[in-house]
Ligand binder design. Structure first.
Ligand SMILES: Cc1cc2nc3c(=O)[nH]c(=O)nc-3n(C[C@H](O)[C@H](O)[C@H](O)COP(=O)(O)O)c2cc1C
Length: 462
């Protein structure tokens, strides 16, 4: 049998108390209320590097969940992704205590200007020596649109159209504005940068106007490693054009396999190969030295979880105020402008009726809509193997449980088992993050990627 390709493993976290396992912050050993203090994050980064994780993936939202009861009160009360600090600011400190760990930072296009955003990412790519990734999100919260002073939020597909325009601008800033040899740093002549090798990017489009050069010299990866999670038809087209790592929502083995097949077809349609992309899904794991220990731990965690808080978050994901529903009311519908994959997950698949509120709550044993894998290291590894072999995923975003012990258990118990099976690396590859994932010599976007087309635009007026 051909040797397996090791899986891609990220920790899935957020610069906040309650990410997607609501209520677990109340557990006596949970330290997530220390998210405001740097030692919490530095310890986490060190733990991940000890377990040879590929990355720490930091989710983000730029608004509050206020669909439930038409108010942010429930979100505030239960720490449902609020208060939330900026993810990017954490990263340079964590990069300084690690050598290989990548950092996937979520940034919402509706909340950013292309020029300042490109500079922030280039700065981090320099300081981390090429270990920065960007999770491209378009922003689905009305509360975020209001916070940004937008009179009305854009519709779902219009958000992706604007995001395409944003991408073309940041690609030009990262890939075109500075030639590779623009910086000469010649002490004898006193010339740092050759002006003729730096060009202005000019753009007038429906959403953005820009007339500026990039302010940063070329960073190791130039364009950060690109993550994206589109699953709707428009989101899939966007992912096929831009994503290098695609997050596929975990909808069970079979449904996830189908989503991957659709994405593969979309990739082929734009001239990209299956091998130029990695598919990653979310996985929540509770493990122990034995199956019994894992089950006892799961029951203990469960005693602190708040599925009702998961429902508050889900209300915003589908754009429906579920506080008005009775426990046995079926939940269907959902806003066309919310997260369409969440909305479509309600439509009775395979002729099944839509879930009731009670059933949704039962789907959230640890406070979020995930079915945790609970078991000994061998049982967890079996499940991971099934996801790789049957669904065709390349890796996982491990959902936070009780922090940091959930990750420590995974690193100490599951990682060695995965390594024994050839499913996890035994050493980091050298190079920037893109090279660690796609191979040596792949530091830049490959030539088949949409962003690479801008590299040949040196005919533009400097
Ligand atoms: C693993 C994963 C992580 C995500 N992280 C975020 C996030 O941090 N912030 C956010 O606004 N949306 C996040 N999303 C939502 C996606 O950006 C996107 O809106 C969603 O997958 C629906 O895409 P669609 O509208 O094409 O269906 C995430 C989705 C997945 C599957």
């Amino acid at each position: 049998m051909a040797p397996r390709r090791p899986i891609l493993l990220n920790a899935f976290d957020m610069n906040t108390v309650g990410h997607i396992s609501h209520g677990l912050w109340r557990h006596p050993r949970d330290r997530s209320i220390d998210y405001k203090r740097m030692p919490y994050w530095l310890d986490l980064a060190r733990t991940l590097e000890r377990g040879l994780f590929d990355g720490l993936f930091l989710a983000d939202v730029s608004g509050v969940y206020d669909v439930w009861g038409g108010s942010p009160d429930a979100a505030l009360r239960h720490a449902i992704q609020v208060p939330i600090n900026d993810p990017a600011v954490l990263v340079s400190a964590m990069a300084s205590v690690t050598r290989h760990l990548g950092f996937g930072i979520t940034a919402t296009i509706s909340a950013e200007s292309p020029h300042t955003f490109a500079r922030r990412m280039s700065t981090l790519d320099h300081l981390s020596e090429g270990r920065i990734g960007w999770n491209i999100v378009t922003g689905f919260l009305d509360s975020s649109a209001r916070a940004l002073g937008q009179s009305a939020p854009l519709s779902h597909d219009a958000r992706y159209d604007r995001a395409d325009e944003f991408m073309d601008l940041v690609y030009q800033l990262w890939e075109t504005s500075w030639d590779d040899d623009a910086v000469v740093a010649d002490r004898a002549s006193g010339i740092y940068t050759e002006p003729a090798r730096v060009r202005r990017i000019r753009h007038e489009g429906p959403a953005y106007r820009l007339d500026a050069m990039h302010l940063c010299e070329p960073s190791p990866q130039r364009t950060p490693l690109l993550f994206q999670a589109g699953a709707s038809p428009r989101g899939t087209a966007f992912a096929a054009r831009h994503a290098e790592v695609v997050f596929v929502p975990n909808q069970g083995l079979k449904a996830t396999a189908q989503v991957i097949r659709k994405l593969e077809a979309a990739l082929t349609a734009v001239g990209r190969t299956r091998d130029s992309v990695r598919f990653v899904t979310t996985l929540q794991v509770v493990t122990g030295r034995t199956d019994t220990e894992a089950r006892e731990r799961f029951d203990e965690y469960r005693g602190y979880a708040q599925p009702e808080a998961g429902l508050v978050q889900f209300s915003s994901a589908i754009g429906v105020d579920l506080s008005r529903f009775g426990l046995d009311d079926p939940v269907s519908g959902g806003s066309a402008d919310a997260i369409q994959s969440s909305v479509s997950s309600l439509a009775g698949q395979g002729g099944k009726p839509s879930p009731t509120v009670r059933q949704l709550l039962a789907q959230m044993p640890l406070g979020g809509r995930h079915t945790p894998v609970v078991g000994s290291p061998a049982q967890v590894a079996d499940e991971i193997e099934a996801w790789v072999d049957e669904a065709g995923v390349d890796g996982f975003n491990l959902v936070r449980t009780v922090s940091p012990e959930g990750l420590e258990h995974f690193v100490d118990l599951v990682v060695p088992e995965l390594q024994r099976r050839g499913l996890h690396k035994t050493a980091y590859a050298n190079g920037v993050w893109r090279e660690k994932i796609f191979g040596t010599g792949q530091a830049r976007l490959p030539s088949t990627h949409a962003g690479a087309q801008w590299r040949d635009l040196s005919q533009q007026t400097p």
